[in-house]
Design a protein around this ligand. Structure first.
Ligand code: HAM
Length: 412
């Protein structure tokens, strides 16, 4: 019979991969709680409208990449990202009444119907942070600091922080008009996606990857508009303050005026953290400020800022981590005594296994040396004297001790 394979763009995370995943998750819990963040878990599917209104209906994510289905005449979507879901939960659970800032972190699977390639999957995992209630750039700085320190704790250093300010809706509107004006004469040279973006979301023109479009945007008169300081005085002050915090904290960054992000909810600060050791999908982290999203989704006016990181990309940078071996493996031809000893050890909170099939003694020892740190040998002699021979499988040293002492040896 034909075997059924894993779906394109999805992957099994196998037991041998788990040490890296546990490392990423445990480190997230540790680092984010140092900053006072609490974990939140929101559902994997939400009303489609949440993403259409939240992420924005001019984005690729909403237009092309959502897994949408109907149940009981409701349109539902597998979450393509988690900011909209966390905002929904924030509003629904009245979290604006908590004293600001409210810092929430999450991890879990996201779904985007994208063309799979190295570093890009259809089901992938994100770990992220959302901080609510603070409009000052101190929150932006803290969010970036959390991202950088999390990455450092994972042992990842060869990374670049890119920063930009998209201004507020008012100053951005002026910029969009100027940009459209200067690009208009070249409209017919642009790819079909850019021609659509020109009307719907001109800022997104700037991060098109098509060579012909890039050549157009490199023209001096267009570059002049792109590189101009279009943001208003208040937005500039916010951005300058953020930069001075980052300088004071010793966080290196570079300004990238082409950084516009693929989601519609941002205003002012946007940032990405890129690795120099990944291929074309080199962003490990993306985030920014989204002061209007809570209100746009029906909540009280609440400023917010956050980020998310792709965990598969982090995992590929971290590399392999050794699987933790079982502490003990009981080797005995007396299955009943073996199971009793195994259970005693497990009850003390130490991992232990025994041979379920009662193989020959030598085979059991071979198995033990593959999976465990210690072989706990229970021969007839040992059983008669209520003893156990504990063999360190790394050094081959062995000692025979009373049963009561076994735990001491395993704990040493
Ligand atoms: P995003 O830039 O769409 O932002 O995704 C964040 C990160 O998720 C990316 O930098 C990348 O590492 C990873 N990622 C995205 N798509 C894929 C994929 N198809 N395969 C593998 N990894 C992927 C957001 O999702 C925003 N919600 C971030 C945010 C939080 N902004 C404010 N708060």
């Amino acid at each position: 019979m034909a075997i059924i394979k894993v779906q394109k763009g999805t992957k099994d995370i196998l037991p041998q991969d788990m040490p890296v995943w546990h490392f990423m998750e445990d480190t997230a819990r540790k680092i984010f709680s140092e900053y006072g963040a609490k974990e939140i878990r929101t559902p994997i599917f939400e009303a489609t409208e949440l993403f259409a209104r939240g992420v924005g209906d001019t984005t690729d994510i909403v237009n092309k990449e959502m897994y949408t289905f109907e149940k009981s005449e409701r349109s539902l979507t597998l979450r393509p990202e988690n900011t909209a879901g966390v905002v929904r939960a924030f509003i629904e659970n009245g979290m604006h009444r908590l004293s600001a800032p409210v810092k929430l972190w999450y991890k879990g699977p996201m779904f985007r119907y994208e063309r799979p390639q190295a570093g890009r999957q259809r089901q992938f995992h994100q770990v992220g942070i959302e901080v609510f209630g603070i409009k000052q750039p101190t929150a932006d700085a803290e969010v970036i600091l959390m991202a950088v320190n999390y990455l450092k704790a994972l042992g990842l250093n060869d990374l670049t922080v890119e920063l930009n300010s998209l201004g507020c809706p008012e100053c951005r509107e002026v910029f969009k008009t100027k940009l459209k004006e200067v690009i208009k004469p070249y409209l017919q040279d642009l790819c079909p996606d850019c021609q659509a973006r020109y009307e719907k979301n001109p800022l997104r023109l700037l991060d098109c990857k098509v060579e012909e479009c890039k050549a157009v945007y490199a023209k001096p008169e267009i570059q002049e508009v792109i590189q101009s300081d279009f943001i208003c005085e208040e937005c500039a002050e916010h951005f300058n303050e953020l930069k001075s915090y980052l300088d004071a904290l010793g966080i290196n960054y570079s300004i990238n005026k082409l950084l516009v992000r693929g989601l519609d909810y941002y205003n002012r600060t946007v940032f990405e953290i890129k690795s120099n050791n990944l291929g074309s999908q080199n962003a490990v982290c993306g985030g920014g400020r989204y002061d209007s999203l809570v209100r746009n989704l029906g909540g009280e006016d609440t400023p917010a800022v956050g980020f998310a990181m792709g965990m598969e990309r982090l995992a590929s940078l971290i590399g392999n981590k050794e699987e933790e071996k079982t502490a003990g493996f009981v080797v005995s031809n007396n299955t009943l005594e073996a199971v009793k000893l195994t259970e005693e050890i497990r009850k003390a909170g130490i991992s232990c296994e025994f041979d379920l099939t009662n193989k020959k003694f030598v085979k059991q020892l071979e198995k033990a040396s593959k999976v465990a740190k210690y072989a706990l040998i229970l021969g007839e002699d040992e059983i008669a004297k209520n003893q156990v021979t504990v063999k360190n499988l790394d050094t081959s040293e062995q000692v025979t001790v009373t049963r009561e002492k076994v735990l001491e040896v395993l704990n040493s």
